[in-house]
Design a binder for this molecule. Structure first.
Ligand SMILES: [Zn+2]
Ligand SMILES: [Zn+2]
Length: 423
């Protein structure tokens, strides 16, 4: 066997090459080859590119405070609803919105009236409404930024100068982005594929309304835009909002042509869940920014929880919204439905990886749960998110919403690997 190895004679000669006075022709060839290889190695060292990309992703750093998996609190809310301060709304006073929210167990509400209906002065309309107070529901400060380039919601735990956001609406994105940062608000793109879709840069926003109103099927393109933005490296939270404008009249004579909507699309269709550090408005905003968020078709529908065990110790140590550096080792993921699940029906869990379907699972039982394992690439970004289809949980206060939502029960935010937190 050894005889047949072509390199054997060459090795022998190369060892002796240079020391023998009578070098064989094969020795010369070998020596030349060695010189060429040595030359190319030193040449490579000399020409090694010294370029370093100043925009390369930085090491993963700290995000706003996140809840530990053991100590957080789940809170459910409505992030897009119009009161009577929006001119096209009917029978939907601030007091009515808060009372209804309380009655269905909603923890937080952001009343997002159209700022153009009050010339940007949300602060002296919605927020100073005598009914804008609650001893049980967390009231976020916000408004729907209603511009010729589309709609976005502003969210804040404390009052802010909304007038400045309104005034800057026709400026270029770079100017608006600077004002948004100064105001310290969370800005969110509304109904991104519908009428009046958000037409500004997604660099300015912290979240995107991927589920607008009870009518789930019209959100397909919003989900596509979200996947596009995630794929481009934006760690963008997906959230819901009913965009309800019309409440139930106090007496039949107050009904309008839009009154029917109150039984089809109202507060909580869909419901946005956040996993917050504590039960405060600021913790809600932080959880929203961090993406520790899932969306359910209504306040009584089960909640989609999505976890991962990154160090194979059998304990889940990260959840949706969290972002870590991939280690190259397998990660175990867990999807769990919590709350009023149908014990007779079965749910379909669709896992999406980087915008493509990764796998589909069927689950049933009181607390349906699945686990799967995958190894995220050590280079490149990877994200996983979950959509759940199945039977709707009854929402007697908004009874027609169930049919409008079809099979869509809930969806999670992604678990991220190698995303640049500074992007
Ligand atoms: Zn809108
Ligand atoms: Zn709206």
């Amino acid at each position: 066997m050894k005889k047949g190895l072509g390199h054997k004679p060459c090795n022998k000669h190369s060892i002796t090459a240079g020391r023998n006075k009578t070098t064989s022709p094969m020795g010369i060839v070998c020596a030349t080859l060695l010189l060429m290889i040595a030359g190319s190695i030193s040449g490579y060292a000399q020409d090694k590119p010294t370029h370093s990309n100043p925009w390369a992703p930085t090491e993963l750093g700290m995000l706003p405070p996140v809840a530990s998996l053991a100590k957080g609190v789940w809170l459910k809310g409505e992030l897009h609803v119009h009161s009577s301060h929006s001119k096209e709304s009917s029978n939907n006073s601030v007091g009515k919105i808060i009372a209804f929210s309380k009655s269905v167990g909603i923890d937080f509400v952001c009343i997002t009236d159209h700022d153009n209906h009050v010339d940007g002065d949300v602060a002296h309309n919605t927020w100073t409404d005598p009914e804008f107070k609650s001893d049980s529901v967390l009231l976020l400060y916000g408004g729907e930024w209603t511009t010729t380039r589309g709609h976005g919601n502003a969210f804040s735990a404390v009052p802010y100068d909304h007038q400045r956001l309104y005034d800057v609406r026709d400026q270029r994105d770079v100017v608006i982005g600077a004002v948004k940062r100064q105001l310290g608000i969370h800005l969110s793109a509304n109904h991104p594929s519908g009428k009046d879709h958000f037409g500004y840069s997604y660099d300015m926003v912290n979240s995107i309304e991927v589920w607008n109103s009870a009518i789930w099927p019209k959100n397909a393109n919003a989900i596509m835009i979200w996947d596009d933005m995630l794929s481009s490296g934006r760690k963008l939270t997906g959230r819901g909002g009913s965009d309800a404008h019309h409440g139930t009249p106090d007496s039949p004579d107050k009904a309008t042509k839009n009154t029917y909507q109150a039984k089809a699309n109202y507060i909580g269709t869909p419901t946005t869940w956040v996993f917050a550090t504590e039960r405060t408005s600021q913790a809600v905003i932080d959880a929203l920014t961090n993406g520790r968020v899932c969306i359910s078709s209504n306040p009584y529908a089960p909640r989609v929880e999505f976890y991962a065990d990154i160090n194979q110790d059998g304990k889940m140590d990260m959840m949706m919204g969290d972002n870590v550096k991939a280690t190259g080792k397998p990660v175990k993921f867990r999807v769990q439905l919590t709350g009023n699940t149908s014990v007779t029906g079965s749910y379909t869990i669709n896992v999406i990886k980087n915008g493509d379907k990764f796998n589909t699972y069927q689950v049933s039982g009181k607390t349906p749960m699945i686990e799967f394992t995958d190894t995220p690439a050590t280079i490149d970004r990877t994200y996983y998110r979950v959509e759940v289809e199945g039977p709707q949980t009854a929402y007697p206060q908004v009874p027609q919403s169930m049919a409008l939502s079809g099979n869509m029960v809930g969806l999670s935010n992604p678990i991220f690997f190698n995303f640049d937190p500074n992007f």
